[in-house]
Write a protein that binds this ligand. Structure first.
Ligand code: GLV
Ligand code: MN
Ligand code: MN
Ligand code: MN
Length: 402
C-alpha cells in the first residue's frame, strides 16, 4: 500500500473530524442541510474538484462527482455524509472518503476507465432529520411518493419542501429522477460494518449478501393532559404509561420472534414538563427481521397490544418507511468476492442506500471490520489497516468494473 494512500485517507477523515461534533451525545450529529452537513458537502465538492471531478447536485439533493463524462452505464461508488444523532465517525464518511481515495489512486496510476464513473453522496441516509431513512436514494428511485416526501417535517416542524427550497433545490422537482437513475450501470457502496460479523470471522473485509427487512413506525398515544400534583393516581389517562407498556411489548414481541430486532430509540411527550401529565406521547419503532412477514408480524403483535388501550388512552400505529429483505445481486457479489481474493459474504441488519438501489440496478457492498462491533455510537471504529484494505478493495473493484 503506497504511503500516499494512507495519507490521503487519513487526511480525508481528519479534515472532517471537527465537523458536526455533538458535545451532549458525543460523536457526531450531522443532519441533512444543517450547517455541519453543508460544511461536509462543501468539503466533498472541494476535494472532488481537486481530483478534476465534475460536481453536480441532482434534483433530490444527492451530490455526484463525475470522473470524465457522466453516464450512461456508469460505475457509481458512494455512501453518505449525514449521521444519526450522536453517531460515529465512519458510518457513511468512510465510504465517501474511500471512494475519493480509490479514484485518486487510479488517476495516479494512469488508469483510464472504459466506462463512466462517479462518486455519489446520498442525502439523508439516516433519516435523522425527516424520519425516513435512505431518503435521497428513495427519492431518486421513486421509492417514496414525492408529495409524501415534501410533507415530511423535522423536529422544528419545517417541511422537507421548505428545507429543500432553503438548501437551493426546487421542491417541485423532488421525486423520481429517471434520467439520473438511468446513468447508473452498477452501484457500489463501501461501509464500516455495524455489527460483529467480521470480528467473528476474523476477516477485515466482506461482500454484502443481504439486508434484513426493516421499517419504521410511529406509535402515537393520546390521553388527558393534567396537573402532576392535583390529579389522583386513579382515573388518570396518562399516555406516558400507555407508551411504557407499548415499549415493553416491543421488546417482548421481538424476543418471541427469533432473529427479529425491535427498538424504540426516540420518544416525545407533549407538552413535556416534569410536573405535567402529558396529553400525548409519540414513540418511534424500528423493527427488523429475516423476512418481510416476520418483521410485519412483530409490528402486528405490538399493534395488537396498543389496541388493548392501556390507561384509558388511545394508541395508533402508522408506518413511516419500509424496505423488504434485500438480497444483493448474487452474481455480482460472487464476482467481486473473487476479485478480492475470496472474501466472505456477510448479511447485515443495517439499512443502506445500496439496499434501496438494489431493487433497480445491480448493486454491491463491501464491509470493513469494526473492531468494537458498535455503531450508531461514538464507539464505532475501524483501524487504519482495515480502512486501507477497504481502499485497496475499491481500487481492485473499480479496475475490474471500469
Ligand atoms: C441505518 O444505518 C440504519 O440501518 O438504520
Ligand atoms: Mn447508519
Ligand atoms: Mn450508513
Ligand atoms: Mn445506514
Amino acid at each position: 500500500m503506497p504511503d500516499t494512500v494512507a495519507h490521503g485517507l487519513l487526511a480525508g477523515l481528519d479534515e472532517i473530524a471537527g465537523t458536526g461534533r455533538d458535545l451532549r451525545a458525543g460523536g457526531y450529529s450531522r443532519l441533512l442541510w444543517e450547517p455541519a452537513e453543508h460544511e461536509l458537502r462543501a468539503w466533498f465538492s472541494e476535494r472532488a474538484q481537486r481530483l478534476g471531478l465534475d460536481v453536480e447536485v441532482d434534483r433530490n439533493g444527492n451530490t455526484w462527482a463525475w470522473w470524465g463524462k457522466s453516464g450512461p452505464n456508469a460505475v457509481v461508488v458512494g455512501s453518505h455524509l449525514d449521521s444519526v444523532p450522536g453517531g460515529g465517525a465512519y458510518d457513511g464518511p468512510l465510504g465517501v472518503v474511500s471512494a475519493l481515495e480509490a479514484v485518486a489512486r487510479l488517476q495516479a496510476a494512469g488508469f483510464a476507465p472504459t466506462r463512466p464513473c462517479a462518486v455519489l453522496v446520498f442525502a439523508e441516509e439516516e433519516g435523522s432529520r425527516f424520519g425516513v431513512a435512505c431518503l435521497g436514494s428513495r427519492l431518486l428511485s421513486g421509492g417514496i411518493d414525492a408529495d409524501v416526501a415534501r410533507g415530511l417535517t423535522d423536529r422544528a416542524g419545517i417541511t422537507l419542501a421548505d428545507a429543500a427550497a432553503t438548501a437551493g433545490l426546487n421542491p417541485a422537482h423532488l421525486g423520481r429522477d429517471q434520467a439520473a437513475l438511468d446513468r447508473i450501470g452498477i452501484f457500489l457502496e463501501l461501509h464500516v460494518e455495524q455489527g460483529r460479523g467480521l470480528i467473528d470471522l476474523g476477516e477485515p473485509l466482506a461482500v454484502a449478501s443481504s439486508i434484513l427487512a426493516h421499517g419504521r413506525w410511529r406509535l402515537s398515544f393520546s390521553g388527558q393532559g393534567n396537573h402532576a400534583g392535583a390529579t389522583p393516581m386513579t382515573g388518570r389517562r396518562d399516555p406516558m404509561v400507555a407508551a411504557a407498556h407499548a415499549i415493553v411489548a416491543v421488546q417482548q414481541a421481538a424476543l418471541a420472534s427469533p432473529g427479529a430486532r425491535a427498538t424504540v430509540g426516540r420518544i416525545e411527550a407533549v407538552p413535556g414538563g416534569t410536573n405535567v401529565i402529558p396529553s400525548s406521547v409519540t414513540a418511534w419503532l424500528d423493527a427488523r427481521a429475516d423476512t418481510d412477514d416476520q418483521a410485519r408480524a412483530v409490528v402486528a403483535d405490538v399493534s395488537a397490544q396498543l389496541q388493548a388501550a392501556h390507561s384509558g388512552c388511545t394508541g395508533t400505529v402508522v408506518e413511516e418507511s419500509w424496505t423488504g429483505t434485500v438480497t444483493f445481486d448474487p452474481e455480482l457479489a460472487a464476482r467481486l468476492a473473487l476479485a478480492l481474493g475470496g472474501v466472505p459474504a456477510l448479511a447485515t441488519g443495517a439499512g443502506h442506500d445500496a439496499g434501496v438501489l438494489a431493487a433497480r440496478v445491480p448493486t454491491a457492498m463491501v464491509f470493513v471490520r469494526n473492531p468494537t462491533g458498535i455503531s450508531h455510537s461514538p464507539e464505532e471504529f475501524a483501524t487504519l489497516a482495515d480502512c486501507l484494505a477497504g481502499v485497496e478493495a475499491l481500487d481492485t473493484l473499480l479496475r475490474e468494473l471500469l
